[in-house]
Structure formats: structure tokens, C-alpha cells
Design a protein around this ligand. Sequence first.
Ligand code: ASP
Length: 262
Amino acid sequence: MIRPAVVAHGGAGAGPERQVNVEEAVIRAADILKRGGSALEAAIEACVILEDDPVFNAGTGSVFRTDGSVLVDASIQTSDGRMGFVVAMKDTPNPIRIAADLLDEEINGLAGEGARIWADSKGFDKRKVVGRIPHEESTDTVGVIARDKDGLIVCATSTGGCSNRPPGRVGDVPLPGCGFWVQKEVGVGATGIGEAITRAMLSYRVADRICADIEIEEAIKSTLDEVIDDKSEVGVIALSLQGLGVGISNRNNMPWATWCAE
Ligand code: ASP
């Protein structure tokens, strides 16, 4: 029997004061899974809680780009082979919903104005995202991985992008294998300096090690040690077909939480 579970993070550098906020998202996902809801619903709704919480650099709390604009990215992938991602969207408080809308479409991803045109045509919420001034290095993006009783694993991630990035910048969050990756038996999500994560194709690498029967903790730790430079703060969450999820960051400053049914 597969036990439903969830793991979520509030960003590689968000710190312990954000722990409670992350736990709220995990509780939401757990409630959905306990009543027999799908991993897809659980991952999306938990991600929306985090996007709506202004303390995180995602959705509502997204940080300004260097020109003062607020542009958001999000991605979602399922272990039954579906994927959706959006890049640099304007006026979109919940980009994860647009990414999820692409799961059953012919296309995987949409960027910028085209993504917003798509969202408008489907009636998704359009509102100015006020955003906030970034800290020196804002690495407080969000991510959730959920598993349901049927063994479906879903990873959802969302961000306003690292601080001090220009308006057209593409980070790791919407790039498959970089900020997220889901294979049949494992889901992985990354957070932190997106350029370092992308150069390392971090999430794919971690998933690959877990699928090669390396323990989750060891797979994350060894990959971070080997492929992430010392200057870049980076964290990873992962969930396989059994047990609780795991979260590890190279500076031990990532709030994360997990839950698994009895
Ligand atoms: N990885 C995100 C990005 O580079 C930022 C973060 O995780 O906080 O866009």
C-alpha cells in the first residue's frame, strides 16, 4: 500500500522564522490527501498557499527585477509523464495554476506575454502583483512535492526569481531537470541561486541518484557537494514512493516540512 505524503520548502535562505508558514502549506496538502484527494490537487493547493503568503518570493511576495517589474515563474510535473511551466509572467498572483493548466495540453511551456494571453483566454486571475524590494540575495522561493494513495507524485514550484535579476532572466524554476524533476518513483525540487542550479541540472541529477538506489539524504548531499559551488546557497527537497520527504540545503537555512499518512 502506498501512503500519501507531502514535503514542502520555503526557500534555500528563508530561515527558521518561515517554518510555520511552510507547515501551513503541508497541513493543507495533508488535508487534501487524507480525504482521498490527488497529489496533483494537493501540490497545487499547497503551492497556492505559499504563493499567497507575502513573506515568500513567489506569487504575491515576488521580488522586483532590476527594472522594478514583478515577473513570476512556475512549474509542475507529474510521475505519469505530464509537465507544465510558465516563465516571466506579469500580473499573475498564482502562476502555478497556469502551469497546471498546461499539463494536458500539446505544449509544455509558455513565456511572457504569450503566457498571459493564454491565461486570459482561460479566465485565470489577473491582478497587479505589487511585489517587494529584494534582500541582498532573496532565495525564498517555494516548492511542494506530493504523493497520493495511487502512487502519483507531483512536484510544483513557484518563484519571483532571485534578487538583482533583469526582466528577461530565466531561472531554474521553469527549466525541466533544473528546478524540478519527477520520474516514476521520485520527485525532486530545488531552490536557491537559479544559475548554479541550472548549470548543474540539479534536480535531474538528484533524482537519477535516488533511482539508482542511493538513500535520499545521501543522494542530495553528495550531489550538492559535487556540483554546487561554495558561493551559491542551494537547497533540495525530494520524495519517493515510500516514507517521508527529505529537505537538505548547503547552508542549513531552508525551512521545510513533511507529512506522511500512518
Ligand atoms: N531558484 C530561484 C530562482 O533562481 C530562486 C529561489 O529559489 O529562491 O529564480
